[in-house]
Write a protein that binds this ligand. Sequence first.
Ligand SMILES: [Zn+2]
Length: 115
Amino acid sequence: MAIYCSNCGKAMGDDARFCSACGAQITGVAPAPMPFAQTRMYRPRAGRMVAGVCQGLAVTYHWDVVWVRVLTVLITIFSSGAGLIAYVIFWIVMPEEPYALPPTATTSYPASGGN
Ligand SMILES: [Zn+2]
């Protein structure tokens, strides 16, 4: 998903802070990012294979999620299951990603008969 400069309309990457064309600060669709989103580890709801632990580690440390999963499997195999135990511990202690729906997204939900 791309975001667009509010000043000149140029498309930017999701993590862009400033427009590369005009230098304006990118406010995008999330003007007030959650203060813990950058530093806190969480399990993303999208893209997970089991519980999102590998995905969460990858997002937090900017690793490739594929390598995180491969390493987790290898560690589990070569450590007689310690990797799996670590995975379960992460599963327990890592919170799920909070729902952060943009205001416009709520209008796309169908009305569910009565209230
Ligand atoms: Zn711009």
